[in-house]
Design a binder for this molecule. Sequence first.
Ligand code: PEP
Length: 255
Amino acid sequence: MTRIKLIAGNWKMNNTFSAATQLVSDITAGLPNPLSAEVWIAAPFVYVHTLAENCNNTPIRIGAQDISTHVSGAFTGEISGEMLQSVGAYFVLVGHSERRSYFGETDEIIASKINAALSNNLIAVYCCGETQEERETGNHFDIIKTQLQTGLFNFSELALNNIVIAYEPVWAIGTGLTASPEQAQEMHAFIRTQILNKFGATAADKMRILYGGSLKPGNALELLSQPDIDGGLIGGASLVAADFNHIIHTASTAI
Ligand code: PEP
């Protein structure tokens, strides 16, 4: 089956409100026409509502970068799935490596966040990836397998329709280092095989698996042309309209 390529920006904690609205309008103005890829942006919580409204008549979907495991109540500072849904969020990132390493998120917490997303009709972009040390010691396949098992395997095949996987080797995020197309393809194929073994061929074939880690205009084509790479989760390059649009154009024309 042909999986539509998906380019998702992760803005992290960057940009003032006016810079954020300007960036979205610049990206919108530079979209290819026709557009044969999906374009999502994970914005800071406080901008989600306005950006989602601004993007109403555009192909861009706005999402958030995190979600509470809790439904509602006395959890100061938390943002629930229901809140995100009510302001127009379409998706949410779950388990980004920065949340795993700086905020102590475990695979169990992350599974509970996926559950919170799905319960509120939000698509969960489940991030997984190994550290440099884990790759150097040859443990990267085991690490990803465990992350998939504890993070994803308790969900049903039906739930998988609302989950996108983002493979993001931690050593490549924000470092300028990129997995080679061969390294990325090898891991994406491995991830798809894990989905196949657990959920069957249809689920494996449908699952979109994004690559993240210093994806930029200069390496987009070789990465996005790999058979099991269905798009990208993009940090730094999503903050520059020309770079993000270049990647979107590449995805829109890559087979
Ligand atoms: C990310 O934060 O998900 C990411 C991939 O960042 P960068 O593109 O900057 O490496």
